[in-house]
Design a protein around this ligand. Structure first.
Ligand code: TYD
Length: 211
């Protein structure tokens, strides 16, 4: 009997205002057009842990970076293993999963105020947390990111200011260098037009999908 091919696990990352939402929709439409079965998801999740994280991100509740790292970790474990809509059971059934943010965000955001190595190890060494087949990082300079946030939002989350975005972007690049040999990370210039960025992403997807 032939074994079902595992689904592909694709993660989108980027600083705030990098256009992840739009590009995820475009890639998911293309994957479906190609006949793939796709489950779209995001972190923080829609669970009560995700709700607590959103309260902290919105600045309603103050939380320490170590505490936040542990909460994101718990949210991510549930996101992977829960039997209803957990990432792992979709991948096992051959369904592709596209996720808006994942552990790279914990490294870049919490890894500034909490010890980076500690944050990385607890995620990368956790057997319950699936490793993505591909991480697409949408890169925009902090000026563009800030302008997009101003144009689209009335309120800003705790990380959504220019200085923090610069710091987070630098941290993403540092983390990508550390992970260069072990993770499949593609950096896409997201300051271009939506169709240009989308064309690049689809090309990257087409390259990995048959592997
Ligand atoms: P996102 O959903 O991309 O933002 P938006 O509210 O604009 O749709 O992400 C929410 C925030 O969560 C973002 O500022 C990054 C932060 N985050 C972390 O700090 N650590 C993490 O591990 C994750 C997954 C997200």
């Amino acid at each position: 009997m032939c074994k079902i091919r595992k689904g592909r696990f694709i993660v989108f990352e980027g600083t705030d205002g990098s256009g992840k939402g739009t590009q995820i929709e475009l890639l998911v439409s293309e994957m479906k057009r190609q006949g793939r079965n796709v489950y779209k998801t995001a972190e923080p999740t829609n669970t009560s842990t995700g709700g607590m994280l959103r309260d902290a991100l919105g600045g309603f509740v103050r939380r320490d970076a170590y505490e936040l790292s542990a909460m994101f970790l718990a949210d991510r474990i549930f996101h992977n293993v829960n039997p209803i809509n957990g990432i792992k059971q979709f991948l096992d059934k051959g369904i592709d999963v596209v996720c808006d943010r994942y552990y790279y965000s914990s490294f870049a955001y919490q890894g500034i105020d909490a010890e980076l190595e500690w944050v990385m190890n607890m995620n990368l060494e956790c057997s319950e947390i699936a490793k993505p087949d591909l991480c697409i990082f949408l890169d925009v300079d902090p000026e563009t990111s800030d302008k997009r946030i101003s144009d689209n939002r009335l309120e800003r989350e705790i990380y959504e200011n220019k200085t923090k975005q610069q710091e987070v972007r630098n941290r993403f690049f540092e983390v990508f260098r550390l992970l260069a040999d072990t993770e499949n990370i593609k950096i896409v210039d997201a300051s271009r037009t939506i169709p240009e960025v989308s064309a690049d992403i689809i090309k990257i997807y087409n390259e990995i999908k048959e592997k």
